[in-house]
Design a protein around this ligand. Structure first.
Ligand code: G16
Length: 546
């Protein structure tokens, strides 16, 4: 096996965002662009002898080409083995599981998650460490630093590797192996260990109707194996389950705007199924719906935490919970009642890893449609769907009834997120700067019925490794416990996306049926007033409301 050292020129825009490096496919197709970033990853690591790398992606356009390049670069950079998902496909949670199960040194996930795919869409790459979770900031910072200085990369002369056939391809007299694995079976086995499959099977054969939408993305084959083959759901309960390179031309983001086919089915009146769910491009996000009912991700996390002991894997209780800062405080109330700790971290799944490794938390979640537990170190879409089915099977109540009784017990953290996508970066920055400039004068000011108590730019101190992360989102906290949070997304690839997160607490059962947009109407106006968002961006309405 010949190893070539290729001269290259550094790019200055390879800074990983909330979850790895995400750019337009055309950016990744530039000569040396992918190679530079991969070499910067490998140069950051101290790869030991006999190390194995897990590798796979969500199957989007450019996945196959990238897999071949990374296999050859892994061979040249000292890896002894690469485990590749069949056809180059691994969902993000399955990749996390593969890293943990086969004790690989780390893994590379090729995905731009919920972003659009196809030749004009997005591509992405991120590195996961040996605990199965996204690399922490000290690693991503080092990758970025090296990417700005790189002058050469290493790549082995290997023939194209067959990634479609299960089994091994051996090179270099046995010193380098590529093994194609069936990650669907591995992942389905893990789910079967965690959940009460016989209770779910009974539910699904009792006339209970579910509808799952894979959004033409990676979870299709996993859903087929788990829901149809193992749990006996009908074929018709699955939709859009054949992965495609451009996600059927859609936007594989499971929310009320982009999962509109499923939303129509679930909001069609009495004939709607009892339970609906969708997952995203790489299978780590989930949306949960009941008959004519939307469950916010923040409430979903709280309900799962409150009912965890109904699931075999969590029957003995959970150690603690964690949520990202913009996620509502609904789970905090559950944690208080269960007398377990609740941690507030910045946006980004990577911040949960240390807490899970230290055994401090079992369940984690984010308002951005992510929920998971310590069974892997990524958020896990199908896991959340199975958790809900397990809870529904055990409680014998509808999704709406479960939420209403949860709110009656804990009160309701009314919540909504408004996204303004693809705003010119300068305009978005002036919105944020304008809000920050009011930090000295906001406390004590009243807006209608709301009085500002305090405001800040959130900083996180990781109690496990001592690291500190600054500038993680602007919080405006009101006297009555309501709050408005402003953040710039770290996952977009076009201009900037401003996210406004709105939250108010309502203990009154008589108000719990209210639509969040109605209940939060005054807060929404306050957010627009403080930010001058309309004036500064020219945008009248959000692109996405969840
Ligand atoms: C990624 C991260 C999540 C984060 C989300 C939104 O999700 O893994 O932890 O909450 O982005 O980030 P932002 O608000 O910065 O766009 P995914 O599903 O895109 O990998």
């Amino acid at each position: 096996m010949q190893i070539q050292t290729i001269k290259t020129t550094a790019f200055n825009d390879q800074k990983p965002g909330t979850s790895g490096l995400r750019k337009k496919v055309k950016v990744f197709q530039q000569t040396g662009y992918l190679e530079n970033f991969v070499q910067s990853i490998f140069d950051t690591l101290d790869v030991p002898d006999n190390a194995t790398l897990a590798l796979g992606g969500d199957g989007r356009y450019f996945n196959r080409q990238a897999i071949q390049i990374i296999v050859r670069m892994a061979a040249a950079n000292g890896f002894a083995r690469v485990l590749v998902g069949q056809a180059g496909i691994l969902s993000t949670p399955a990749c996390s599981h593969i890293i943990r199960k086969y004790k690989t040194f780390g893994g590379i996930v090729l995905s731009a998650s919920h972003n659009q795919g196809g030749i004009n869409g997005d591509f992405g790459i991120k590195y996961n460490i040996s605990n199965g979770g996204p690399a922490p900031e000290k690693i991503t910072d080092s990758i970025f630093d090296l990417s700005k200085k790189i002058t050469e990369y290493k790549i082995a002369d290997l023939p194209e590797v067959d990634v479609d056939t299960l089994g091994q391809s051996i090179f270099n007299d046995g010193k380098f192996t590529v093994e194609v694995i069936d990650a669907v079976q591995d992942y389905a086995d893990l789910m079967q260990e965690l959940f009460d499959f016989s209770a779910i099977k009974k539910l699904l054969s009792s006339g209970f109707k579910m509808q799952f939408d894979a959004m033409h993305a990676v979870t299709g084959p996993y859903a087929q194996e788990i829901f149809v083959n193992r749990l006996g759901a009908s074929e018709s309960s699955l939709m859009n389950c054949i992965p495609s390179e451009d996600f059927g031309g859609g936007h594989p983001d499971p929310n009320l705007t982009y999962a509109e086919d499923l939303v129509k089915i679930m909001f069609a009146g009495e004939s709607s199924p009892d339970f609906g769910a969708a997952s995203d491009g790489d299978g780590d996000r989930n949306m949960i719906l009941g008959k004519n009912f939307f469950v916010t991700p923040s409430d979903s996390l709280a309900v799962l935490a409150a009912n965890a002991t109904l699931v075999p894997a969590y029957a003995n209780g959970i150690a603690g919970v964690a949520r990202s800062m913009p996620t509502s405080g609904a789970v905090d109330r559950v944690a208080a009642k269960l007398n377990i700790p609740c941690y507030e971290t910045p946006t980004g799944w990577k911040f949960f890893g240390n807490l899970m490794d230290a055994g401090k938390v079992t369940l984690c979640g984010e308002e951005s449609f992510g929920t998971s537990s310590s069974h892997v170190r990524e958020k896990d879409g199908l896991w959340a769907v199975l958790f809900w089915l397990n809870v529904l099977a055990k409680k014998g109540m509808s999704v709406e009834q479960i939420l209403m009784s949860h709110w009656a017990e804990f009160g309701r953290n009314v919540y909504s997120r408004h996204d303004y996508e693809a705003i010119p970066t300068d305009a978005a920055n002036t919105v944020i700067a304008h809000i920050k400039s009011q930090f000295p004068s906001l406390p004590g000011q009243s807006f209608g019925g709301y009085k500002v108590k305090t405001c800040d730019d959130f900083s996180y101190h990781d109690s496990i490794d001592g690291s500190i992360s600054h500038n993680q989102g602007i919080r405006i906290l009101f006297e009555d416990g309501s709050r408005i949070v402003f953040r710039l997304s770290g996952t977009g690839t076009e201009g900037a996306t401003i996210r406004i997160y709105l939250e108010a607490f309502d203990p009154e059962v008589k108000n719990h049926h209210l639509d969040a947009q109605v209940a939060l109407a005054e807060m929404i106006q306050i957010a627009l007033k403080i930010s001058e968002l309309k004036e500064r961006t020219g945008r009248d309405t959000p692109t996405v409301i969840t």
